[in-house]
Each structure stands twice: as C-alpha cells, then as structure tokens.
Write a protein that binds this ligand. Structure first.
Ligand SMILES: [Zn+2]
Length: 336
C-alpha cells in the first residue's frame, strides 16, 4: 500500500500557544505550582514574541494535522492581533477566543469592566478577526460578568468557551461563593447553550453533565495536558452515555498530536469501563474534526493528507486505516 489518503483536517479547539514555551520545563509539584511558572511566561509576552513564537507553534500544529485552532487568549489585545497575523502567515484557520478576566491572574489579563471587555471584542471583530467569547472560568469571572457575556454571545450568535471543573479547588471555591458547582453557575447565568464549549469538565458531577446534555453544550477534552498537569480523568463513559458532543484541544501544547489526544480519550473510556471500542472510529474522527469546527463556529476548514506508505501503517488493510490512525499512529503520519 502506498500513496496518500485525504481526510478532514483536525480542529484544535483549545490552545494557549504561549504555553508551548513551558514544554519540558520542571514546573513544581501540582497544577497550582505549574500555574506560577505559566504566569511568569505570560508576563513576558509581547506582540513581537507572540508573532514569532505563535508562528512556530501553529506550524507545529499544521504539521501534526490541525488545520484550524481556537486560541483561548488572555494576554492582551495587541497580542491577539499578533496571534492572528501568525496564523495567517502559516495558513491555519484561527478563531480568537478572547478572554474575559475580572479578578485574579495578572493585571494584563484583566479588564476594568465587562463593558470594557465587550469593547475589546468588538474592536477585534471590527479588525476582521474571527472571534468567540471566553469568560475564563468561574474563578476569574463573577456571576454578573457571566450573565453579560452570555447575553452578548446569544445576541451575536458567537461561540462561548469557558474552563470548568479542571481542578477540585475551583469547585470548592465556587461552592463557597455561589452554593453551586461551576457548570450549575454557567447554566444559571445563561452561559450554557448549543454554542457553548466547556473546556475540561474533568471533575463534573452527574448533575452538571445532565445540564450540558440538556443545553446541547460541548465538552473540549485536552487529555495530554490534563495528564501532564495531574488534573484527573475525563468522565468519558458518563459523557458518552449522555451523548454530549466532545472535541479536543492541545491546551498547554506540552504535546501537539491529535491522534494521541483521541487515543487517550478512547483509552480513558476503556480503562473506566473494561470495554474496547467505547467510542466508534467514526465518532473519534468526528471529535477531532467536525465537533471541534462546530464548537468554533467554523463551517469549513482544510483537509489533510495521510502518508499511506508510512512505516506505522505497514501491513494495515485499507479499510482499517482510519482505526489504525488512532490506535497506532503519531502525527508524523501526516504529509507535510
Ligand atoms: Zn485552557
């Protein structure tokens, strides 16, 4: 067998591309210690650094088969434009998920008011960027911000992405402040719709997963990052039984390989259930492509070519190639 096979490109629905610089760095004992190193890296970003480092990051993504990316961006408006320039130079479709950040983090993340945040969004849209709304988390945004951002996303029919339930501490703080869990707060503030993507949902309870299912919202799983940060296991089987749409993201970019993200998703489900083939091959490819595109509001995104002569596909029958890509291939199977 030789030649190439054309398939739909992968969609990276959640990336913080500046975090690629942290790959391989020793970074403390847990998520919160890692976060200190991440904040130091965020603080040194400039438009020039973003323009050049993101171009390298997007090239690595494109080479791995990601032809579209949702950049979950919280390091400044000039840097947002630089990210868009970098994506255009590489030829990756970019959706800039501009982040609302009211409290915590670094001062450069924050806006003075939710109105100031929406003004930034409108400026970026006016400059021709494809933009989505991104209240960072229930940690960084109080309820009145969530309500306003949810209202704007609904009125403008824009995607809304938000981190939730990545770490137990965030849930404890939400319970203390609001007497409910993060995804319950998102529902209460109008942030859960069919255009909403909740990133992680690692520690989501059954009631929260029920809310995602009943609102038609999507979950973006980032298994290689969630493993690297010690976040926990996605409740893959409970998501599957509720038919909640799943997509993937490279998140911290410790690893950039859509095949590995999908293999991890299926592997987590197998470990949880003791069953093989928890998700079908078609479902897994859809998680990597269509579902991510829908999550970002994209109707079209470029295809990729698979190298059928690659050593990892040797002796694989043509009909088994789609499954073998996920079971046994790495991103180097994509034709550059
Ligand atoms: Zn993230």
């Amino acid at each position: 067998m030789a030649g190439t096979l054309r398939i739909r490109g992968f969609v990276n629905a959640h990336s913080h591309t500046f975090q690629r610089a942290l790959r391989g760095r020793a970074a403390g004992g847990d998520f919160w210690a890692w976060r200190d190193g991440m904040l130091a890296e965020a603080e040194r970003q400039t438009p020039e650094l973003v323009r050049s480092a993101y171009e390298h990051g997007y090239r690595e993504m494109l080479a791995a088969g990601y032809t579209a990316v949702g950049e979950f961006h919280y390091i400044g408006v000039p840097e947002a434009r630089a990210a868009a320039d970098a994506a255009a130079a590489v030829g990756v479709d970019l959706v800039l998920l501009h982040v609302a950040y009211a409290r915590g983090g670094l001062s450069r993340f924050r806006q003075d008011s939710v109105r100031a945040y929406l003004d930034q969004v409108e400026k970026l849209r006016g400059a021709g960027l494809r933009v989505g709304l991104a209240p960072h988390s229930v940690r960084a945004c109080p309820a009145d911000w969530l309500e306003e951002v949810g209202r704007y996303a609904a009125a403008e029919e824009l995607p809304l992405h938000v981190h939730a339930d990545e770490q137990p501490r965030e849930i404890e703080e939400c319970l203390a402040e609001h007497a409910c869990r993060p995804i319950e707060l998102l529902a209460r503030t109008g942030c859960l719709t069919e255009r909403t993507t909740v990133v992680h949902a690692t520690h989501a309870e059954g009631t929260e997963l029920d809310l995602l299912a009943s609102h038609g919202s999507t979950i973006c799983a980032c298994p290689t990052t969630e493993a690297d940060l010690g976040d926990g296991f996605l409740p893959a089987e409970r998501i599957r039984t509720r038919a909640i749409p799943l997509c993937i993201g490279s998140d911290s970019n410790v690893r950039i390989d859509p095949f590995e993200e999908l293999r991890e998703l299926e592997g987590i489900a197998r470990r949880q259930t003791g069953r093989r083939g928890a998700f079908s091959t078609e479902e897994l490819h859809a998680f990597g492509g269509e579902v991510g595109a829908r999550s970002l509001g994209l109707e079209a995104w470029p295809d990729i070519e698979i190298d059928l002569g690659h050593r990892s596909l040797r002796d694989v029958d043509a009909e088994n190639v789609p499954a073998a890509l996920i079971a046994g291939c790495g991103a180097d199977v994509v034709v550059a």
